[in-house]
Design a protein around this ligand. Structure first.
Ligand SMILES: C[S@@+](CC[C@H](N)C(=O)[O-])C[C@H]1O[C@@H](n2cnc3c(N)ncnc32)[C@H](O)[C@@H]1O
Length: 289
């Protein structure tokens, strides 16, 4: 398939790799660990769909106690989206620092690729607010140690919100149906809210085809996946039916046909009802999913 057709169809990273196969070197980015991911999937395409006041609405300040909002960004790549999310939710302009110290936002950003994490650390303009760590999120032992060590600094056991942007396909291709199910289980037990941007099925086909063509690696699991088709809907089903979350709203689709879905843990956050302003959106989406 021509690269432009893939771009139009949403297989952005796959298309880019066809344009310039050297982007894949070394090791063909088997985890989606593309060195310049944000150049071809810019953060702005996602941010423009997200209300900047979202976190303030989800976590209104309570009394004099000023707990920071804690976020987890899984699969942060070289941190461009993490930094952009931080600025977006604090409404910071370029070069500006956090002006609203009353509502601190702290992000723990992790990625499996140490080279990307090193770059993220070096280039981050907000080193006090964003922490970057190398972590294979599927490694239970390391995950528990690193995440609890971060959370315990704040006396917490869970994150307020998790960001899971364009990573589900890579987990699915590398770990199979069960791996995807477990990934979503861990995230839902770790976060009160979860923002997920699933890759659509056409990206899976393109990724498998590209690896096959390059003769570099074929995904062990691709042909045996039974969770397939409408991936956004599949992920909604898993999170809502198996992992005790509810779909709060869909913020729409990016130009590459990836939806931005916000979920909320049903049982752990009685203290944080869904804001009125998101309920209308939720009702609309009940019809869609
Ligand atoms: C396609 S990029 C998405 C980057 C960023 N979230 C965004 O949307 O701009 C997927 C990222 O997930 C990371 N990743 C894949 N499997 C992972 C795992 N098991 N643990 C942690 N990170 C992983 C990859 O290294 C890659 O940087």
């Amino acid at each position: 398939m021509a690269a432009s057709a893939e771009l139009a169809g949403g297989g952005v990273e796959e298309a880019q790799a066809e344009v310039n196969p050297r982007i894949l070197e070394p090791g063909a980015s088997p985890f989606g660990n593309f060195p310049h991911y944000s150049r071809f999937h810019p953060p702005e395409q996602r941010l423009c769909l997200l209300p900047p006041e979202l976190l303030r609405r989800l976590f209104p300040p309570e009394g004099p106690e000023k707990r920071p909002i804690l976020g987890l960004d899984v699969g942060c790549n070289s941190g461009d989206l993490s930094v952009a999310l931080y600025k977006h939710f604090l409404s910071l302009r370029d070069g500006e620092n956090c002006s609203d110290a009353s509502r601190e936002l702290r992000l723990l950003c992790c990625d499996i690729d140490p080279v990307l994490v090193e770059r993220a650390e070096k280039e981050c303009p907000f080193p006090d607010a964003l922490t970057f760590i190398t972590l294979d999120f599927m490694n239970e032992k390391t995950r528990k140690i690193l995440l609890s060590s971060f959370l315990s600094q704040f006396g917490r056991s869970v994150f307020d919100i998790g960001f899971c942007m364009s990573i589900t396909m890579w987990i699915h291709l590398n770990h199979g149906d069960h791996g995807l199910w477990e990934f979503l289980a861990h995230l839902s037990s770790l976060c009160h809210y979860l923002l997920v941007e699933p890759q659509p099925w056409k990206c899976y086909r393109a990724a498998a085809r590209r690896f096959r063509k390059l003769g570099l690696r074929n995904f062990d699991h691709f042909h045996s996946l039974t969770i397939r088709g409408d991936m956004a809907n599949q992920i909604v089903q898993i999170l809502t039916q198996d992992h005790g979350m509810e779909l709060v709203c869909c913020f729409g689709n990016t130009s590459w046909d990836r939806s931005l879905l916000l979920f909320r843990a049903k049982y752990t956050i009685e203290a944080h009802p869904i804001p009125e302003s998101l309920i209308e959106e939720k009702e609309r989406n009940r019809l869609r999913f």
